[in-house]
Design a protein. Structure first.
Length: 187
């Protein structure tokens, strides 16, 4: 997972998941922190009261809106520093599992494993006029999600807290000097 912002020749900021980066865990839940470990509570989840007398067809959908915020200025130091953001890079991989769960027994049946990847390379010039500051460099078209032929097991640590938003750390890595934790994890 690469997720970083470049600030001209000053350095790089990145949101990191230390446990994943060091290999301590292989996955973390990207849940909303409410319906843990699942993501969402509208079209992403359905409750079927049963047993039912006939088969039931459900349409489940998920809409994951990627909306990060990025500072124009170096994320450490004074608030009056000039805007130096020059690039935004993202290469993130996600796996989602569609499961049926018996709420009385907590038994889960894995139905499908879906994978997708989100990549971005954006060139930024904060000195340009509004509407012309950022240009998508690549890829112009994202890969489509894939429903895997063979299901992959859900890593146990993806089923328990913390979620990704509570575990991530904002790091500043100056070109010269030691890395700095700008925002520590919430958990």
């Amino acid at each position: 997972m690469d997720f970083f912002n470049v600030y001209e020749n000053e350095g790089v900021s990145s949101w990191e998941l230390p446990e994943i980066k060091c290999g301590q865990i292989q996955a973390i839940s990207d849940s909303d922190g409410v319906n843990y470990p699942w993501y969402g509570c509208t079209t992403e989840m359905y409750t079927v009261v049963g047993p039912t007398k006939k088969s039931t067809t459900l349409t489940v959908s998920m809409n994951d809106n990627f909306c990060p915020s990025v500072t124009w200025s170096v994320p450490v130091g004074t608030t009056s520093s000039p805007p130096l953001l020059s690039a935004i890079q993202r290469d993130q991989r996600f796996t989602t599992w569609l499961v049926a769960m018996n709420e009385a027994t907590a038994e889960m049946v894995l139905l499908r494993t879906i994978r997708w990847r989100m990549q971005l390379s954006i060139k930024v010039d904060p000195k340009m006029p509004l509407g012309q500051r950022a240009v998508l460099v690549e890829p112009l078209i994202q890969e489509q999600p894939q429903v895997l032929v063979r299901n992959e097991p859900i890593p146990l640590n993806a089923l328990v807290k913390p979620n990704a938003n509570d575990a991530q750390v904002l790091m500043w890595q100056p070109k010269n000097g030691r890395p700095v934790v700008v925002i520590p994890p919430k958990y």
